[in-house]
Design a protein around this ligand. Structure first.
Ligand code: GRG
Length: 291
């Protein structure tokens, strides 16, 4: 199968799985079930589930071995978007090309839908928790998504409105807020597949690099794209006086960093030969979102 065929098969598998799961899980209260479904279905690039599947593939395992992990990661990501869009955070009205959850269902229900998705994520991942590797993977995901990871990064972002924010502080913020959940997807998947320390070290380095690429490309797209193209509001960082990497370092340095991070990501997994091919192509695609 070509890279494109592989990715399209993973995406189709994931969408079918998620649709079925969200329709079937037990919830007697229709209002919250609707808000949860609205927040997680029909949209998004599904980058985190793809990383979960690519991690399993890198370890020589099947997609079926990590389906529940892929579901959990997308639920955590979707909850973070719902909460990030709330008026008390970024106050956004558009996400994934449709009204944000609080615009559609009200702030109270959006808070609950986010909370519900976070709990459902762990409930879902625990459905497939049989070995010590499974336990370790879920603990890893919890750490990456929590106060030492994504939530910590969001907390730094909330206070990131002073004028003299330094580049290394922004890099740290990005590594937590955006990078950690991407890392959780790929590294968590490899942990679940029982990889040795050398493999984990390699995918950690790869994941850190693509986390930086992903965020910097996101910064640049925010500058150069329209709301229609991205399906979310653009240009808000400047309005809210949030200091991004590109705002502080400039576009040229931003593009140089993307290019050097791509080299470093490839270098991390290249020693594994053909089994790393799809990870390498995936990293290249992330940089090409710009063009
Ligand atoms: C509220 C706890 C909490 C965390 C929020 C994810 C996040 C942390 C904030 C979103 C704001 C933002 C623009 C982050 C930078 C990059 C990012 C994570 C973009 C959204 O991810 P995509 O592009 O979204 O994968 P889709 O919609 O494709 O799933």
């Amino acid at each position: 199968m070509t890279y494109e065929e592989t990715i399209s098969a993973y995406l189709q598998r994931f969408e079918e799985l998620l649709d079925r799961y969200v329709a079937d899980y037990d919830c007697p209260i229709d209002s919250i079930k609707q808000a949860v479904a609205y927040s997680v279905l029909d949209g998004g690039k599904r980058i985190r589930p793809l990383l979960v599947y690519l991690g399993a593939e890198f370890c020589g395992r099947e997609a079926a071995d990590v389906d529940y992990l892929a579901l959990g990661l997308e639920m955590i990501h979707s909850y973070s978007l719902v909460h990030d869009d709330l008026p008390c955070m970024d106050n956004d009205v558009l996400r994934r090309g449709k009204p944000t959850t609080h615009v559609k269902f009200g702030q109270d229900m959006a808070v609950l839908a986010g909370d519900g998705l976070l709990n459902l994520a762990f409930e879902t991942m625990l459905c497939d928790c049989k070995t010590p590797f499974d336990v370790k993977a879920i603990k890893y995901v919890a750490d990456c998504a929590g106060i030492r990871g994504m939530i910590g990064g969001q907390a730094l972002d909330v206070v990131n409105t002073v004028d003299d924010v330094k580049l290394d502080a922004i890099e740290y913020l990005n590594s937590l807020k955006t990078g950690r959940l991407l890392k959780a997807a790929l590294v968590g998947s490899c942990i679940k597949c029982g990889s040795d320390a050398r493999v984990i070290g390699a995918v950690e380095q790869y994941a850190e690099c693509i986390g930086i690429i992903f965020q910097l490309v996101d910064d640049l797209l925010d500058l150069h794209s329209t709301t229609d193209q991205l399906g979310k509001s653009v240009g808000k960082d400047a309005v809210q006086n949030k200091k991004t990497y590109v705002a502080v370092a400039g576009e040229e340095r931003c593009r140089q960093t993307i290019s050097s991070m791509l080299d470093k990501a490839i270098e991390a997994v290249a020693p594994y030969g053909a089994r790393a091919d799809n990870l390498i192509t995936f990293a290249k695609y992330l940089t090409q979102r710009l063009y």
